[in-house]
Design a protein around this ligand. Structure first.
Ligand code: HEC
Ligand code: HEC
Length: 394
């Protein structure tokens, strides 16, 4: 199929054959195989975590970024004045100076901007700065979405400090069609699948070695509140449109960048985030996470809706190397999506403990997921917890 596509686009037999010989056989590359989501029950979906206001439908169209049908235009740049394009931009605390083309590629994809070279292994390997080589100029840099230090953003994930074994398994699961979002239109998750399908084993190893070697940087502050700032959605992310807290929070967590310019425009890898959570969520979440919501009635233990997460994720919730990932201090939005994806089975995974993890979260409601992720996000990560742990701080 790939060869045929090349033949059509170039129409020159010799050139096409030479090119097809150079491209590793990693099809399908540009699209993601259709995923059967018909068994998903969307009733309790935490919509806020997916950055949508309407409940998705299982057979909505699957979106993917850098789609082959999208013309290779500079549309993402076209609205910008020449002066703005060439303007030199800086970030407090960094000696780097960038212009717009250092921040975004021609298709609007984020670049891996090296604001703080001391915060991660240097130099960044090509997979982190360019993405899988097989995708050529349509590739996407791992460090673009996940940032140079892998601290990530609420709408994607934070691979920093995860064990290499765990990272390699996730990449294999994406590649083998075992890990998807319940939301068909979540283009960045589908793009992640597409990238994993395009990666060679060496590239996977390189990426896993890099991200597992970056120390975890705490970057989320959880604040309980009745009111939040008004926000607008920009690519599945809440962006505040005012400073004052005037809007009722409702059944949501609103996670916003502390400095919009630094995180949204400059793709700072040193940025921090505020997660506004409903009042009382952290204490309710602590109960569910540490006991599963168990209680004692008439001297008898009555099990709760969940299995205590600490059983597998460690008493300090920093995970157990090499297989069980940390939960403490991570983005509530990311954690909430994974809990729901695992509950609904679109993230099924290859690891033998995952079915037990699914059972642990099977009966959680959308409110429970808010409480649990508010608590997990609020936990401090202030040091390496044991000799076999992978998380550290700087
Ligand atoms: C277009 C943005 C984007 C790019 C580029 C990208 N990712 Fe991702 N990545 C995501 C999203 C979104 C998720 C969360 C997927 C989900 O579960 O919905 C993710 C998840 C992950 C995870 C799982 C983390 C966890 O805690 O389980 C790993 C590992 C990962 N990415 C590695 C990579 C690597 C390596 C690259 C470069 C080849 C890369 N990513 C490039 C968006 C991206
Ligand atoms: C039986 C053990 C077990 C229990 C109990 C358990 N988990 Fe997990 N959990 C796992 C394993 C193992 C994984 C990694 C799965 C994989 O490799 O794909 C995981 C993954 C996760 C992830 C995805 C993390 C990431 O980086 O993508 C989240 C979120 C999570 N668990 C939350 C919870 C919560 C919340 C609870 C308690 C309500 C819980 N888990 C209880 C074993 C467990």
């Amino acid at each position: 199929m790939r060869k045929a596509a090349l033949l059509t686009s170039f129409g020159v037999w010799g050139l096409a054959i030479v090119l097809s010989a150079q491209v590793p056989d990693v099809s399908p590359i540009w699209t993601v195989d259709p995923v059967d989501r018909s068994s998903v029950d969307y009733t309790h979906i935490p919509l806020w975590a997916y950055g949508v206001s309407e409940t998705p439908h299982f057979d909505d169209e699957q979106a993917v970024q850098t789609h082959p049908d999208a013309p290779p235009s500079r549309s993402a740049w076209s609205s910008m004045s020449r002066a703005d394009f060439a303007r030199e931009r800086r970030l407090e605390g960094s000696s780097l100076t960038v212009t717009w083309s250092d921040l975004r590629d021609e298709r609007g994809g984020a670049q891996a901007v090296n604001w703080f070279p001391d915060h991660h292994p240097s130099p960044m390997p090509p997979i982190v700065t360019q993405g899988p080589a097989a995708l050529g100029n349509r590739s996407r840099a791992c460090g673009g979405c996940h940032l140079a230090d892998g601290s990530g953003r609420p709408e994607n994930a934070s691979p920093a400090g995860l064990s290499a074994t765990y990272i390699l398994r996730q990449l294999a699961d994406f590649k083998n069609g075992l890990r998807h979002s319940v939301e068909p239109a979540k283009a960045n998750s589908n793009t992640m699948v597409m990238l994993a399908k395009a990666m060679t084993e060496e590239e996977m190893q390189e990426a896993a070695d890099y991200f597992s070697a970056v120390p975890w940087r705490p970057h989320v502050t959880v604040i309980e509140t009745d009111l939040v700032p008004t926000t607008e959605m920009q690519g599945e992310l809440f962006i505040p449109t005012a400073k004052e807290l005037t809007e009722p929070i409702g059944n949501r967590i609103i996670e916003v960048p502390t400095d919009v310019e630094a995180s949204q425009i400059l793709r700072s890898s040193g940025g921090t985030w505020i997660a506004y959570v409903p009042v009382g969520a952290v204490a309710r979440g602590q109960d569910l996470v540490t006991t599963g919501g168990a209680s004692i009635v008439n001297g008898e233990i009555v099990l709760g809706r969940a299995t205590a997460c600490t059983t597998c994720h460690g008493l300090d919730l920093l995970g157990l190397a090499p297989d069980v990932p940390p939960l403490a201090g991570r983005s509530p939005g990311y954690l909430a999506r994974e809990i729901f994806d695992i509950q609904q089975g679109t993230r099924a995974g290859s690891y033998e403990l995952l079915p037990l993890m699914k059972m642990a979260v099977e009966r959680l409601t959308a409110e429970d997921i808010i409480d649990i992720t508010a608590y997990l996000g609020s936990l401090p990560v202030d040091g390496v917890a044991g000799p076999d742990r992978t998380l550290g701080t700087r």
